[in-house]
Ligand binder design. Structure first.
Ligand SMILES: [Fe+2]
Ligand SMILES: [Fe+2]
Length: 195
């Protein structure tokens, strides 16, 4: 496939025509394919168990399955599906990776839930590692705290069951494509993103 290229080698020399080219490339070849790249990255979690009873893809799918079966809405279910997508690149801060990907597309409440699920979830195991399991108490006054406690308690912390009837990635694909169809907020929209 032939792609147009801007002429500048230093941004200082960029022209409106250069940026029209870059905007066109973004709209036709890049922005619309974000869901495909996310799906491909989720697949990278397959076979990566990290010591857990199920691999990280199964855990992600099971978390999303449990949220969906409990009647949570589509955006919430997609957040559940992606909440650990950063495990491969963000080994020391994985919730930040998922939150950064989801940020333009989801509500403040869902974003906070994804971003803070790590510290809230630590209640289940930090004491077993010689750390304070109540670290999450520092967040207790936030309006989204209970929502995040519920996410961990009902969907995330128990999603390590190899025998649970977990739905496949294809089941969630249409939901993921709908949630990522249009950014709610981004400093690059409308400059690059909109048709
Ligand atoms: Fe996590
Ligand atoms: Fe998780």
């Amino acid at each position: 496939m032939q792609h147009e290229r801007a002429q500048f080698t230093h941004m200082e020399d960029g022209t409106a025509e250069d940026w029209a080219i870059i905007s066109r490339e973004f709209r036709t070849h890049y922005g619309p394919y974000l869901p495909d790249r996310i799906l491909a990255h989720l697949q990278l979690l397959e076979g990566d168990c990290g010591g857990f009873a199920v691999d990280r893809l199964s855990h992600s799918l099971q978390t999303a399955t449990r949220a969906w079966e409990d009647g949570q809405d589509e955006e919430y279910v997609v957040c559940a599906l992606l909440h650990d997508i950063g495990d491969t690149l963000g080994s020391y801060n994985h919730p930040d990776i998922a939150a950064a990907i989801l940020k333009p597309f989801v509500s403040e409440e869902n974003l906070w839930m994804v971003e803070k699920h790590g510290i809230v979830q630590s209640y289940y195991f930090f004491h077993l590692l010689g750390k304070d399991r109540n670290l999450r108490d520092q967040l207790r006054d936030h309006p989204c705290f209970e929502r995040t406690v519920e996410f961990c308690a009902r969907y995330d912390a128990l999603a390590f069951d190899p025998d649970y009837p977990t739905k496949p990635l294809e089941f969630f694909e249409p939901m993921l494509r709908r949630v990522f169809a249009e950014p709610k907020r981004s400093m690059y929209v409308p400059a690059l993103g909109r048709k």
